[in-house]
Write a protein that binds this ligand. Structure first.
Ligand SMILES: CC(=O)CC(=O)SCCNC(=O)CCNC(=O)[C@H](O)C(C)(C)COP(=O)(O)OP(=O)(O)OC[C@H]1O[C@@H](n2cnc3c(N)ncnc32)[C@H](O)[C@@H]1OP(=O)(O)O
Length: 388
């Protein structure tokens, strides 16, 4: 059953930059200042904080505590979000639970990272032992393998992935926070000619690591009203699963956690796929977007190419897709990535989409993908439905 007691009552986002030379703390400070300025909120009202693990601070086990110091906050509830690109939506969901449990009354969900300036991560686990030595050294290679398997099972029209990249780039042209380098149009020809980096995956199917931060205010509806906060959206349903199919040693990697949580989240939000007004999916790679169309029931499994090619995905279209450009065309601010698509959904629902405003922005489906493990698709899948 959907709940409408908690709200996201503010969002902030820094521009995405490449090699900014700034730290995660510095970027977080900018996001917090912006959040306070936009909402007029007194900083002393903040008594909860969720901090997303950052690649640029990955070796620091005390990052979240140091973040409270950097931001001048004294929370009674502190969460350290380690589910990669799911940490923003996951942070909102955890903050709602903490507020319902009386651990805090108003939480900030903060994601800030600067991996293009300072990379301090070492994934370890199975990757170093089994994956890196044969040359599968990062997510693009893993997604190249996933694409190959998808093509083997279902077939794939590359123009469909091209359409996702081209549509999202068109949206980034309306987003002043998008990486400056990506604020130029992209044609299907340019996509088709883009360098293959992990056969059959092209560079323009992939994100590029950048720097940036985003932040959200989460509180109860009653408290938001007490504080005079004007804009709010209701996270009415959330689902998350980690290590999907984990007990199966030979799992089909084209089956993802979204196949489990996607239909369930929509059911709890009392929405059918046709009722979704905008889709802001986690888009580390274009194939992940297409697989989510299938998993959430916008089309049948294996029918992603045909669906993508026949559907108007522009911000004015049938299913507005990543209307800020997504990470692929705005740049991926490290592990702050999951907040990019969430910020865009909230912005649109506050009616602040500017020249890319979605008409009738009464709901949004936002997703996260977290962590790329060995021999699987991804570690965590998360999905959240927001309602006006
Ligand atoms: C984190 C989670 O929880 C889940 C996830 O999101 S998983 C995804 C995590 N993110 C990643 O793994 C990042 C993936 N991307 C990359 O590794 C690299 O961008 C890449 C392999 C795609 C390209 O790297 P590269 O081959 O070394 O290219 P590089 O030499 O850096 O750049 C060459 C040019 O292409 C551009 N470029 C690089 N990557 C680009 C991309 N993805 N899209 C568009 N342009 C790109 C660069 O800006 C550069 O342009 P100039 O020549 O004009 O300066």
């Amino acid at each position: 059953m959907k709940k409408r007691d908690m709200v996201i009552a503010g969002y902030a986002e820094t521009p995405v930059g490449f090699k900014t030379g700034r730290s995660a703390y510095d970027l977080a400070g900018e996001a917090l200042d912006q959040l306070l300025e936009r909402t007029g909120l007194d900083k002393r009202e903040i008594d909860g904080l969720s901090v997303t693990t950052a690649l640029s601070e990955a070796q620091n086990p005390f990052f979240a505590v140091y973040m409270t110091e950097a931001l001048g906050l004294t929370p009674t509830w502190l969460n350290y979000g380690g589910i990669g690109g799911c940490s923003a939506t996951g942070g909102v969901a955890r903050a709602m639970s903490a507020i319902r449990d009386g651990m805090c009354t108003l939480a900030v969900v903060m994601s800030a990272d600067a991996p293009s300036s300072d990379w301090r991560s070492n994934y370890g686990a199975y990757r170093g032992e089994f994956q890196d030595p044969p040359g599968v050294q990062g997510p693009p290679a893993s997604f190249g393998l996933l694409m190959s398997r998808y093509i083997h099972q279902y077939g794939l029209d590359p123009r469909a992935l091209g359409k996702i990249a081209v549509t999202q780039r068109a949206h980034a042209l309306h987003n002043p926070n998008a990486l400056k380098k990506f604020q130029k149009p992209l044609s299907m020809e340019e996509y088709m000619e883009s360098r293959v980096i992990a056969d059959p995956l092209r560079m323009l199917d992939s994100v590029m690591f950048c720097d940036g931060a985003n932040a959200f205010i989460v509180t109860s509806e009653a408290n938001a009203k007490r504080l005079g906060l004007k804009n709010m959206v209701y996270p009415v349903a959330y689902g998350e699963v980690t290590n999907f199919n984990g007990a199966d040693p030979l799992a089909d990697i084209t089956e993802t956690g979204f196949g489990k949580i996607g239909p369930e989240v929509l059911r709890r939000a009392e929405l059918a796929p046709k009722d979704v007004r905008m889709f802001q999916p986690y888009d580390d790679f274009t194939i992940a977007v297409m697989m989510q169309f299938e998993a959430f029931g916008f089309c049948e499994r294996g029918q992603g190419s045909a669906y993508t090619l026949r559907t108007d995905l522009s911000f004015e279209g049938e299913l507005p897709l990543n209307t800020g450009g997504g990470q692929i065309s705005a740049g991926q601010p490290g592990l702050a990535s999951g907040g990019l698509n969430l910020a865009e959904a909230v912005r649109q629902m506050f009616g602040e989409g500017g020249t890319r405003q979605v008409k009738d922005a009464r709901n949004a489906l936002v997703t996260g993908i977290g962590v790329i493990p060995y021999g699987r698709n991804w570690g965590t899948s998360s999905a959240m439905v927001l309602e006006a």
